[in-house]
Ligand binder design. Structure first.
Ligand SMILES: Cc1ncc(COP(=O)(O)O)c(C=O)c1O
Length: 410
């Protein structure tokens, strides 16, 4: 949280935001990653203005929903069909329900430090804790992220460390046949930005298959950001189900579950259906935005530019830290990365994050940036976001302000 109080923003344009006192910032938070095209992109503004004048939402199928789904299934490799909801949390909730119905099993495997939204059974070991409280690698202690969740909910959760093939083999050998699903973020995005080790996700998919559990790839953060088809395209993975949100809605509330018809058809109306209700599912305004957004993201060069601007920012930051002799790493690549003040060469998992990252120093650093016109959350567990609205000038400005903020750090 910002000290002494929150930043109160009034408006945004492109990659810049303006607070109530008239201060201007370059925004690298981009609404937790939702604003893939920055603020008030002219095409999105035009689409919303037209759609709202025609009626924002009907309890009916709309051409806009079909257009959004057609583009979605063209871009996401594993999406034979897609179902729209309103948030990433709804999408991951639905994916687990589908997996349980499909397999007839109840338990699922979740990894330390991963966040999949605020549905009860996902809310454990998602916050940083002193390492003494974490239990062993072999038998991690389950630590609820919230009050108000019955302990019984966590009996169905098998918890394991991430990025560790040996641990994965051990835990699936022990519990594999009871698992409805294995759910993972492809790039761990809620302890900063932690990419998977080479081959790790493919191994996870293979083990899930071997034991008859569904492999759920939670692309709420990574979807439509790293490639038109998200991390499943980037890493050449074929998840059984994948979940989306954030960038898919270009600033509007959205969630989606994608997968084969065989599984998603379980939601068809019948006595034995998998229930997925929601007044605002397939919201007409949002569906228009999704279709327009996916057209923008399909344009030649859109992802190349996201990657190039992000890589330039990463290189510039690394250079400042090196020149100033500051022990910090910039982890990630392209459109998403995080800065860790650490003596380590890399942060590879939740336990590394809990032990080796100076999160207080990061907060001081970000406050220094804020004074100099860069808007980013002081929470080290989130990550820097590049949108298609960011420019080379924004990167230059970030590098210059980082140099200034480093001077205050000692
Ligand atoms: C990986 C991941 N899954 C799911 C969610 C939940 O999405 P929402 O906040 O839209 O409910 C988030 C939110 O940050 C997330 O990072």
């Amino acid at each position: 949280m910002f000290s002494p109080g929150p930043v109160v923003l009034e408006r945004g344009h492109g990659s810049h935001v303006f607070d109530v006192d008239g201060n201007e910032y370059v925004d690298f938070m981009m609404s937790f990653g939702a604003l893939i095209h920055g603020h008030a992109h002219p095409k999105i503004v035009a689409v919303v203005s037209r759609a709202v004048a025609e009626g924002s939402h009907f309890a009916a199928a709309t051409p806009a929903e079909a257009e959004a789904a057609e583009r979605f299934t063209r871009m996401v490799p594993s999406a034979e069909v897609v179902r729209f909801a309103n948030t990433g949390s709804e999408a991951t909730m639905l994916a687990l329900r589908l997996a349980r119905a499909h397999t007839g099993r109840t338990k699922f495997l979740k990894f330390e430090g991963h966040y999949h939204g605020w549905y009860d059974p996902y809310c454990l070991n998602g916050h940083s804790h002193p390492v003494e409280q974490l239990g062993s690698q072999e038998n991690p202690t389950k630590i609820p992220d919230s009050q108000g969740i019955p302990a019984s909910v966590f009996e169905d959760v098998v918890l394991a460390p991430w990025n560790d093939e040996a641990a994965l083999e051990r835990v699936t050998r022990e519990h594999g046949r009871e698992l409805a699903a294995v759910i993972t973020e492809p790039i761990m995005a809620n302890m900063g930005c932690i990419p998977p080790r080479d081959g790790y996700l493919a191994k996870m998919r293979d083990l899930a298959r071997q034991y008859g559990a569904l492999f759920i790839l939670d692309e709420v953060v990574t979807g439509f950001r790293y490639a038109p088809g998200g991390c499943q395209q980037l890493y050449d993975l074929k998840p059984d189900l994948s979940t989306f949100g954030k960038a898919l809605g270009a600033g509007f509330p959205i969630g989606a579950v994608a997968g084969p018809r065989e599984i998603l058809d379980r939601m068809r109306w019948s006595e034995n259906m998998v229930l997925h209700y929601g007044t605002f599912n397939g919201h007409r305004l949002t569906m228009n935005v999704v279709a327009a957004n996916l057209d923008l993201l399909s344009a030649e060069g859109a992802h190349r530019r996201l990657l190039a601007i992000g890589d330039a920012a990463i290189a510039g930051l690394r250079d400042v830290f090196r020149r100033r002799g500051i022990k910090a790493i910039v982890q990630g690549f392209g459109p998403m990365f995080q800065i860790y003040f650490t003596e380590r060469d890399a942060i590879r998992d939740y336990r590394d994050y809990c032990q080796y990252v100076d999160t207080k120093k990061y907060s001081r650093f970000v406050h220094g940036l804020l004074e100099r016109g860069v808007y980013m959350t002081p929470s080290n567990g989130l990550h820097w976001i590049i949108s298609t609205a960011h420019t080379e000038q924004d990167v230059e400005m970030l590098v210059a302000t980082t140099d200034g903020a480093c001077a205050d750090l000692s």
